[in-house]
Ligand binder design. Structure first.
Ligand SMILES: Cc1cc2nc3c(=O)[nH]c(=O)nc-3n(C[C@H](O)[C@H](O)[C@H](O)COP(=O)(O)OP(=O)(O)OC[C@H]3O[C@@H](n4cnc5c(N)ncnc54)[C@H](O)[C@@H]3O)c2cc1C
Length: 310
């Protein structure tokens, strides 16, 4: 299974595979399981449906590792427009960005300006701006970006990955800032020297992080935990930890990906938990889709099935 995961993650960086996959209709069909469509209109329609079902949303426009300033400017303009459209359509949701999609590889100052502009737009919109965490080559730069924008904007959250050995220290150092933290396990190919190779260790770290965010000093600092997981074994442990920390259900939330564990999303919402569905959309879906396949190689069966779909 690890071999398949590593192959899929290596494939996510292959330009050749990307060209092949994005040309094939059956791959596009398989992608639709995790993505309502390529346009913001598709995302907004899906968002309204989630809201009607009692779930909140996070919208994210797919794309990463841009190399041209004008593309990063276009991403900024896209998100500003999206926030306006969410407000106009009364969509209950937030947006989440990737630093390399806002120009981190081109010019960190440009990325900082764009992220701050978006944090301000999100503040006016009455929501939090989330910063995704990419591969470990970007962890330091992403945390630096978070800290810089956090100086002016408290409506900011950053994703931390439980699989990284460094994450406990990162979390500890962020707590005095009262951060919004989206805890996830981590989706990239990382060596064992920096990331726990065993699922049990990653899961234990995830739980530790939630508990840490629910200690008194973190609560006083107004830290916030978004639990980004579909793990039906981990979720009851998180529930137990929340109970032990004396949390009410409005003091934390779950976040899951569109199309994954729908039953669990609805079950938690019905049980009064705040649940957020992360809706990804856009034409640059290839590396993101490969990461979804790597999380559960059994998902490849959808690709094969759609090959033969009429
Ligand atoms: C809201 C949200 C935001 C995220 N943001 C980031 C980010 O910024 N950076 C980052 O590195 N990662 C991010 N991720 C991905 C995350 O790191 C994991 O790769 C992903 O969530 C799978 O881990 P899991 O906690 O669901 O547990 P796992 O142990 O991987 O899975 C538990 C169970 O969930 C189901 N499941 C999980 N993944 C899939 C899938 N792809 N298809 C079908 N079923 C599946 C299966 O039933 C599986 O048994 C995000 C995830 C979520 C939910």
């Amino acid at each position: 299974m690890d071999l398949m995961r590593n192959l899929l993650l290596a494939g996510s960086r292959s330009a050749w595979l990307q060209r092949q996959a994005t040309r094939r209709k059956f791959v596009k069909l398989a992608v639709r399981r995790f993505m309502p469509g390529e346009t913001v209109d598709d995302a907004l329609v899906a968002a309204e449906k989630q809201n009607k079902a009692g779930l909140l949303v996070t919208l994210t426009h797919l794309g990463e590792n841009l190399s041209d300033k004008s593309e990063a400017d276009a991403v900024l303009a896209h998100y500003l427009e999206t926030l306006k459209r969410m407000k106009a359509a009364n969509v209950q949701g937030e947006v989440s960005i990737k630093p390399t999609q806002l120009g981190l590889d081109i010019d960190p100052e440009l990325c900082l300006r764009h992220t701050r502009t978006l944090a301000e737009a999100a503040r006016e919109h009455g929501s939090r701006l989330w910063i995704d965490m990419e591969g470990s080559a970007y962890t330091d730069a992403t945390l630096k970006l978070f800290r810089a924008v956090r100086e002016t904007h408290s409506n900011l959250g950053v994703c931390l990955q439980a699989y990284l050995r460094r994450t406990r220290d990162d979390l500890e150092s962020l707590i005095p800032l009262g951060p919004g933290i989206r805890i996830v396990k981590g989706a990239y190919a990382e060596p064992a020297s920096i990331a726990f190779p065993d699922k049990a260790e990653v899961d234990a770290n995830f739980l530790w992080m939630a508990k840490r965010l629910w200690k008194t000093d973190a609560k006083v600092a107004k830290a916030w935990a978004t639990l980004g997981t579909h793990d039906a074994v981990l979720i009851p442990q998180l529930e137990q930890a929340a109970k032990e920390a004396g949390l009410t259900t409005d003091m934390y939330e779950y976040a899951m990906l569109y199309g994954i564990q729908r039953g669990e999303q609805l079950r938690l919402a019905k049980a009064g938990r705040q649940v957020r569905v992360l809706i990804s959309y856009g034409t640059h879906w290839f590396p993101w889709y490969m990461r979804r396949l790597a999380e559960r190689p059994a998902n490849l069966s959808f690709v094969f099935k759609s090959m033969f779909a009429k």
